[in-house]
Design a protein around this ligand. Structure first.
Ligand SMILES: Nc1nc2c(c(=O)[nH]1)N=C([C@H](O)[C@H](O)COP(=O)(O)OP(=O)(O)OP(=O)(O)O)CN2
Ligand SMILES: [Zn+2]
Length: 150
């Protein structure tokens, strides 16, 4: 089986705050997150298939990632719902702001774990999520690799 990895990149602007953190990132602030999604599979060989030669149509991968991650997270602010930030989140939500109450501290590490589960749940059976890279700043990023999860 000849396998190929393909990658699609996304950008979204998201606010967050790290409750209890001992640095400036305890404040509400935001990042232009950059997410690279890499899937692995065998290019379709059925000559009657309109997707001939594709592991997955980049457009179909885009639709999955947009629906699961980009649309909900873009211009929203993520708070850890297990902290007093839940009150701030509810106040903002009540005033019409887009807020995500996550069941985790919204670090790059925890967000990428969340994103991996969300994307895996939407991929067709013949494909595997190979890796994710989530860039938070010019100098900081987290990576998720399927091979690290065993
Ligand atoms: N392991 C992690 N450490 C930090 C995270 C994180 O998600 N995982 N997040 C933050 C802040 O949210 C923010 O991203 C600041 O990160 P940092 O790279 O420290 O940003 P700077 O602008 O200060 O970076 P320099 O390029 O060094 O100026 C903090 N830590
Ligand atoms: Zn930050």
């Amino acid at each position: 089986m000849k396998k190929v990895r393909i990658t699609k990149e996304f950008t979204f602007e998201t606010g967050h705050a790290l409750h209890g953190y001992d640095g400036k990132c305890r404040n509400v602030h935001g990042h232009s997150y950059k997410l690279a999604v890499t899937v692995i599979g065998t290019p379709i060989s059925d000559t009657n298939n309109v997707k001939l030669g594709m592991v997955i149509d980049f457009g179909d991968l885009k639709k999955i990632v947009k629906e699961e991650i980009v649309d909900p997270f873009d211009h929203a602010t993520v708070f850890n719902k297990n902290t007093p930030h839940v009150e701030l989140a509810e106040e903002l939500r009540g005033r019409g702001h887009d807020v995500i109450l996550a069941d985790y501290q919204p670090t790059s590490e925890m967000m990428i774990l969340d994103f991996a589960e969300k994307i895996k749940s939407r991929l067709p059976e013949h494909l595997e999520l190979f890796s994710l890279r989530l860039r938070e700043t010019e100098t900081s990023y987290a990576e998720w690799h399927a091979s690290d999860q065993a």
